[in-house]
Every structure is written in C-alpha cells, then in structure tokens.
Design a protein around this ligand. Structure first.
Ligand SMILES: [Zn+2]
Length: 313
C-alpha cells in the first residue's frame, strides 16, 4: 500500500464563472468531501502553497500574465473570448485562484523531490491543459501541469518527463507548449468531435507528441483497449523519470460535455496501468492534476477510483 498526498488550497474555491457554468466550485467541494468521507488511511489532504510568479514565467511570458491580471474585474465576471465561444471568464478572485491552482503542482514537485511521498493528486481549479503559451481558453488560464514540468526540469536533475492526458478533451495548451521538446512526451486520448478541435493523429511535434483521437460513443472496453495499445507503449519506450497526469474525468458516460461512455471503474483500470509503468521506470513517481469532469456524482466516484488505484500498488 502506498500513500498519496492530495494537495489543495482554499482559494481554488474562489473562482466563479457565473451561475450556469459547468466549471463550478461545487466540483471541488464535492470531491474533497468524498475524499474526506472515505477516511482512507493512505490518502492525506494537505494545503499547498501559492505558485511564485517567476515559476509561471517558465511557461507563460510576463506580458501575457500581466495582461491577464490587468483584465481581472473589481466585480462581476468578464469574458476573455467573443461570443459564441465565451466560456472562459475572469472574476475578482481569479488571481488568487490561479496562483493557488498552479501552486499545488509546484508544492507536489518539491515534496516528491524531498522524497516525502511518491504519489500526489492536485485537487485544484481552475484547470490548466487548454492554457496555451499566451492564450487562455477552455476554462484555463495558466497551464498547471506544464509549469510543474518546467519547474522540475529547472530545479532538479529531472529531464525526461511523460505527460499523460486522459481528459476527454485534447490538451491543446500542453501540446503547444511542448511541441518541440524532445525531453517531454505528451500523450493524449480524446474525443474527436468536441472542443478544442486539435489533437489530430498527424500532430506529432518532434516525435514527442502522441495523439489518439477516439470516436463519440466509444465504449469502456474500446477505450481501455485503445489506451493500453496506443498510449502506453510509447511511454514505456521513452522511459520517463517521472509521470505527470492531466486527469480529467469527463469521459464518463454521465458527463454533460462529451459522449464517451466510460464507467467510474474505468478510471481505476487506466490509473493502474499508468501506475505499473511508473513502478517499472520512474520509482513510482506520479503527480496527477485535476482537469475536467462536470457531472458531480460521476466525478466523486471516478476520482476515488483514480486515487485508490494509486495507493493500492
Ligand atoms: Zn475536459
């Protein structure tokens, strides 16, 4: 049995996107409650630190961040996009929420390199994998997983990092950030006909980008088969020193934003497969980042399965 630390910060709850927006604070409240109620002796919730702005600059240019923070309103919410694509909003508390969300990965990186534990889950919002170098989109502003990857490379002797993205949307931001980086491989399985539209199979970067688009209505059985045969072998060949996961749970059959038909238990199965690779190649080291997932009940069940697969060897 392993121990996993769940890093979170109360300011992640401050982000407000308007009343009918799917990316709502109740998502995080409910998953933290379900983790607490589980009372598992090997799943510990701890408070993480804010990200230092200099660490965010490892991925995003200063002028983008300054500009973003300048647009934060004093009241209400403002859209960063034009209609009909307006779904990425800033609210008065956005700066603290963004720094808190990004800080969990950095706190986990420091902790993993101190050898405190080997497994971490960042229970955070706003999510990050759609945030491009200089563009917020898809509810994302700062690419949390990308900042942690660059932070690990800059501050420690970690070079080879595998980023696995099983959120049902393609992580256009993460792909763009690492498109020509031989030391980081980005592997994504995502539904073809939904936002953001990128992630075609021929988007291969420097041979380090592995996109596996799947059809709408893909079943559990098909998804797991594709994940096992089309995502994992390239990661095994790469032999990473650490694995980072963009963990989105919107492939669940109950999710309102996609039409893939995963069950909660499938998140146990795919996490277990990732865990096996981490045990074989990188001393069991994984930092997982909460991305999407918009049906509260499905989210609670799926995240518990994800965490249990991590702790149960
Ligand atoms: Zn998603």
């Amino acid at each position: 049995m392993n121990t996993i630390i769940v890093y979170t910060h109360p300011d992640c709850l401050l982000k407000f996107n308007g009343v009918n927006h799917p990316e709502k604070r109740e998502r995080l409240i409910s998953i933290l409650n379900s983790i607490k109620n589980l009372k598992h002796p090997n799943i510990k919730i701890l408070k993480s630190d804010y990200a230092a702005i200099e660490d965010i600059y490892l991925v995003h240019p200063k002028n983008y961040i300054n500009d973003l923070f300048k647009k934060i309103p004093n009241n209400n919410i403002v859209s960063l996009e034009e209609e009909p694509y307006a779904d990425t909003f800033l609210c008065p508390d956005s700066k603290n929420a963004i720094l808190a969300s990004c800080g969990a990965g950095i706190t986990a990186a420091k902790s993993i390199m101190r050898n405190d534990e080997k497994l971490f889950f960042c229970a955070i919002r706003p999510p990050g994998h759609h945030a491009e170098i200089s563009r917020a989109n898809g509810f994302c502003f700062v690419n949390n997983i990308a900042v942690t990857a660059r932070f690990l490379q800059k501050n420690y002797k970690i070079k080879r990092i595998s980023i696995i993205d099983f959120d049902i949307h393609h992580g256009n931001g993460t792909q763009q950030i690492f498109y020509n980086d031989k030391n980081i491989i980005y592997s994504s399985i995502h539904q073809t006909d939904i936002f953001p539209g990128s992630g075609k199979i021929d988007e291969t970067g420097n041979g380090n980008i592995f996109n596996v688009p799947i059809k709408p209505n893909t079943t559990s059985f098909e998804f797991i088969d594709i994940f096992k045969n089309n995502i994992l072998p390239d990661i095994e060949n790469f032999k990473p020193e650490i694995i980072l996961i963009s963990a989105g749970f919107d492939g669940h059959r109950l999710d309102p934003l996609a039409s893939t038909n995963l069950e909660s238990i499938d998140f146990y199965t795919i996490t277990k497969m990732i865990k096996d690779i981490s045990n074989n190649y990188c001393d069991g080291r994984i930092i997982s980042f909460f991305e999407g997932g918009y049906n509260i009940k499905a989210l609670e069940d799926s995240i518990i399965k994800h965490l249990l697969a991590m702790v149960e060897n």
